[in-house]
Design a protein around this ligand. Structure first.
Ligand code: SF4
Length: 94
């Protein structure tokens, strides 16, 4: 499982007005195995560009994880801290 708030890169959705309604972010949540902000996202973004990174995991058995982050999107609408306002007490998903 990777981080929604990326190391190095960053998922821009956490600061987007549409995050709790967005179908692309919903898919990113599913890939990360974290709880969904909503079970019925009703917003379909135009041209989200999802960055997929394969990572070596730190464990005894050689294995890899996959991290998904949205890095660009035609419908990005800045709303700094929106994800955090939806999850004020939740740990940052990692
Ligand atoms: S940046 Fe795009 S993909 Fe991410 S929440 Fe906003 S509209 Fe959805």
């Amino acid at each position: 499982m990777g981080a929604l708030l990326g190391r190095g890169g960053m998922c821009i959705c956490v600061d987007c007005h549409w995050v709790e309604r967005c179908q692309a972010y919903h898919a990113v949540e599913r890939q990360h195995g974290v709880a969904h902000l909503t079970m019925r996202p009703d917003f379909s973004p135009r041209q989200p560009r999802i960055h997929v990174q394969v990572l070596d995991l730190d464990d005894a058995v050689a294995s890899v994880g996959v991290e998904w982050d949205v890095r660009a999107c035609s419908d990005f609408r800045p709303d700094p801290g929106r994800w955090r306002r939806w999850c004020p007490d939740g740990p940052l998903p990692t």
